[in-house]
Design a protein around this ligand. Sequence first.
Ligand code: BTN
Length: 259
Amino acid sequence: MNNYNIESSIKNRLNTRFIGKTLYYFPKLATTMETARNLVKKGAGEGTVVIAGTQTAGKGRIGRTWLSPKGSLAMSVILKPALENLPQLVMIASLAVIRAIKEVTGQEARIKWPNDVMINGKKVCGILIENEVSKGTVNFADIGIGINVNFSPRKFPEIADLATSLSHEAGREISHTELVVKLLNNLEQLYLEAQQGAPVHLEWQRNMETLGHRIKVDTGKTIEQGWAQTTAENGNLIVRRADGSLVEIVAGDVTVIKD
Ligand code: BTN
């Protein structure tokens, strides 16, 4: 299929009001994050989607790189939420991924705080959200979603032990188009619900495998250790230390401590 056919086969099947109405597919990009940001500067509106077949400079959280070989899905979605809805983007993005995976593959995925999506304890999707806020207004948020769809992470030593893919878990090739369509449909539904005050953080909590475990969190500045007790409404992780005190973590990397 050429780019136009890929774009139209996704757009024709979407059940959305605004997400994906403008959608670009590129066989290869440095990173969808940068392309989406440049499109916003040229006036791209809310709901604009950028998809890359492969990325040569995929960006991960905390300055890491993200592998986007052929067979993976790399996508950015531009949203322009009210400031009070900004913390919910992490939640609705991971929930939309989980729902889409269930609908397309039948697999039960879980969330590792804050927004890794895991199947059978291995990472299948990473989410990176960048935003620009000025004078209390969100100019834009760029939701970057990378999913290991049809490739074998075992062939990539840097992620072999930690990652899995949908095709590996489902034992069959997965349709990118179907996955993108379900993902965008769910994303818009959750986004609209969140704007109407739905308690999306509760569904997010219910789907989080981190809670109830003994964990170590590397925040970049400190290492906290304790029980992952719950999450706050704004998405922060609440950890109970061994001395009983509670600490609220805004961002970090979680490792479950196995006894
Ligand atoms: C992480 O887990 O570290 C986040 C990974 C986010 C990867 C996606 S792929 C689409 C978008 N473009 C990028 O360069 N990164 C995000």
